[in-house]
Design a protein around this ligand. Structure first.
Ligand code: HAM
Length: 423
């Protein structure tokens, strides 16, 4: 029988990668909370309708990438492919916007998309993000961009490129839609199957096509179909970004792949991520989404960043923390050493640091070798003739300590060891 492999497009988070994972999540939560964003979490599965209505039929996510299943109660459910529609549902469903507006929330959640797996593209991946719900003002568009910017800067990732565009309001997009239909209809026979369907169902999504790239390049631009209000709104977002010292690149072709956007749309690109996977994250304003989901109007804006992509860049740039030992100290019984003494000492030391006990009857040199392999810095040997011995695994120095003095001796030795990197 061959061993069972993980499902295609999924990855395990192994202990060596955990410090980088925790570092990234901790930093995002810290930065978001400094801007007043509070943690929110939503179910891993939702009713399929939430995404069909929120993200939109005709998008790749809804048409091709959703993990949809019927449960035993005959309900159609979908594993969450993105976080914005669920978060808006959760916030407005709990009437949080009635307490104070806007509602600022941040999240770190796994997402599921039936994508073709490759570097930077998985079927289960994680996103960190924020949503600012309940107000329509350019200052909030700039604020969420600033949160993402601050976070990526604090990660110390370099080479970031913020691409930004406006998709205008509903009327602008209706005008633009007509222009796209007029442009694409004579080309229908030369279009790929997907695009022929998009032309009928959701013309804006024609611009997501990678195969008909030449047509996309010459297609009309949304910027030529904007009303005065949309222009003023976008100009104000850019002014706020300028005031915050955030650099950006205007990109008239940026349309994002989800239907709920209006006005500001943006992406964070990184040159080290190749091709279609070059976006570390993206976001924008989604003023019509609440109504699509059956709620009273509630404008919003937010972003999501791909955790696996961020970690790849951070690791390549050497800024992510590497593997950490499971414990700093191993307490080993030797000779007549008692397990009870070892456990008591471990309990006291765990107020200060991480401790593993080795109470086995294996030989001392095996125990020392294993403690070294774990990456521990110190061992405490219980049961030697000379008494309780504290040994530094890097320098091999050792000294006798008492049960009472052991905690302070361990703290001092760890401090000294931290100043001298392990050999
Ligand atoms: P999105 O552009 O679909 O936006 O996804 C955001 C980020 O998630 C991408 O830029 C990428 O880093 C990561 N990502 C997407 N698909 C995959 C995948 N298959 N494998 C690995 N990483 C992936 C949204 O999801 C919107 N909800 C963002 C938003 C928040 N808009 C407003 N608020």
């Amino acid at each position: 029988m061959s061993p069972i492999a993980p499902p295609r497009g999924t990855r395990d988070l192994l202990p060596d990668e955990a410090p980088a994972w925790q570092w990234l999540h901790g930093l995002h939560a810290t930065v978001a909370s400094r801007f007043g964003y509070q943690l929110i979490d939503t179910p891993v599965f939702e009713s399929t309708e939430l995404f069909a209505r929120g993200v939109g039929g005709g998008t790749d996510i809804v048409d091709k990438e959703m993990y949809t299943f019927v449960d035993r109660g005959d309900r159609s459910l979908t594993l969450r492919p993105e976080g914005t529609a669920p978060v808006v549902r959760a916030v407005l469903g709990a009437h949080l916007e009635q307490r104070s507006r806007p509602v600022r929330v941040h999240y770190a959640m796994p997402m599921f998309r039936y994508d073709r797996p490759q570097a930077g593209r998985h079927r289960q991946f994680a996103q960190v993000g924020v949503e600012c719900i309940g107000e329509r003002d350019p200052c909030y568009d700039a604020e969420v961009i600033e949160v993402a910017w601050r976070f990526i800067t604090d990660l110390r990732i370099e080479g970031l490129d913020l691409q930004i565009n406006t998709l205008g309001d509903r009327e602008d997009r209706l005008r633009y839609r007509e222009a796209l239909v007029a442009y694409y209809t004579p080309l229908r026979d030369s279009l790929c199957d997907d695009c022929r369907r998009r032309l009928d169902v959701n013309p804006l999504r024609l611009l997501d096509c990678k195969r008909d790239a030449a047509h996309v390049a010459s297609a009309p631009r949304i910027g030529d179909h904007l009303g005065a209000d949309s222009r003023t709104y976008f100009a104000s977002v850019l002014e706020h970004l300028d005031a915050a010292g955030i650099q950006y690149t205007l990109n008239a072709r940026l349309v994002r792949g989800l239907d709920y956007y209006a006005h500001t749309a943006f992406e964070f690109w990184h040159s080290s991520l190749e091709g279609a996977q070059n976006a570390l994250g993206g976001g924008g304003r989604y003023d019509g989404l609440a109504e699509e989901l059956g709620f009273a109007p509630a404008p919003g804006v937010g972003y999501a960043l791909g955790v696996e992509r961020l970690l790849r860049v951070a690791t390549d740039q050497g800024v992510a923390p590497g593997p950490q030992p499971p414990a700093q100290v191993v307490i080993c019984t030797t000779g007549d050493g008692s397990g009870t003494d070892a456990r008591d000492l471990a309990r006291r030391l765990r107020h200060r640091t991480s401790v593993i006990t080795d109470l086995t009857t294996r030989k001392l040199d095996r125990k020392l070798r294993d403690a070294s392999r774990l990456g521990a810095r110190l061992v405490l040997l219980i049961g030697l003739d000379e008494g309780l011995v504290l040994r530094n695994l890097d320098t091999r120095e050792q000294r006798v300590v008492t049960t009472e003095s052991a905690p302070d001796a361990v703290s001092e030795a760890l401090l000294a060891a931290a100043q001298e990197p392990a050999g």
